[in-house]
Design a protein around this ligand. Sequence first.
Ligand code: PPY
Length: 349
Amino acid sequence: MLDHEQVVVRSGRRSRLPVIVAVHSTALGPAAGGLRLWHYPDWRDGLTDALRLSAAMTAKFAVAGLPSGGGKAVVALPEGMVLDPDRRRDVLEDVADTVESLGGTYATGPDVGTGPDDMAVIGTTTRHVFCRPARLGGSGDSSPHTARGTLAALRAVSRRLYGTASLDGRRLAVAGLGRVGTELARLLAAEGAALTVTDVDQDKRKTGHELGADWVAPDEILAAPVDIVVPAALGSCLTRQSVTRLRCDAVVGPANNQLATPDVADLLHRRGVLWVPDYVASAGGVVHAVSVEVHRLSAEEARARVDAIEHTVTDLLTTADAQDLSPAQAATALVRQRLAAADPAGRSA
Ligand code: PPY
């Protein structure tokens, strides 16, 4: 069954690369979600990613209480392809054409492989784009806000598990030192957390060193003996197999689509590992962008909305306990309820 309202797959007029836009649901409002510029063995893997990521955006907005729908764009690069600046511009203009052709049903933003400068290029063709640089009237880089929102989620979990929102002295393993992972690791280190980190890019060892963090190989991070594991890299890290190796109390991080398959959420719950769904913990970036660019809130108000993720997570954990559900089940129920309230016909539930 196709759960999505609309999926566009085009060969880019300039780049000849597959440009994919998946609009999962506009039940709560126009769809938004970032542009992922990434390598895939086959463009169909990019399509699969877009389908899953856009559905997660619907859930992300629903739980965050924002009137936006879920979408995502993916340009599937063949393995090993390096984009020179001209070719990159071609790709971005191809995406911009596709976004513009959707007439506001979908607005794009940054995701893995793209940032504010790319949004500036897209913004020359379409106004349906978030996170352009501030000098161009956008809300800028979303990654610090995603990091801050994840920290808020971690505080809620810490309070629940250890009776304090402070992460001072807490042991955390951050898997992935991209823009969000690095910023989050900085915030955690500044608060006095003891960090173990990794990245597939060995050059990031230096960043780890600067943070005073221990470095382990990527395939060891999930099994690190820490309080909380923080997935901050690409998705599908939580598999039936990897979950059996966890030695932590909780898994909470900003990476999208952490579960390889949905049943892994139950497995985590049965093993007594508290998992906050990725679409709850990672909402800071979109919450900030939409608050500033759509709702015209001040920087301070937008920040308060990001920090409110702490309350969202606390409420979720409380509801889950009261109803004897896992946090994932409680979050799914909340998403269903909010979509059904907006769209009683149930088109997008
Ligand atoms: C995400 O949160 O996964 C995103 O796609 C990032 C984003 C940020 C701002 C607007 C739209 C998407």
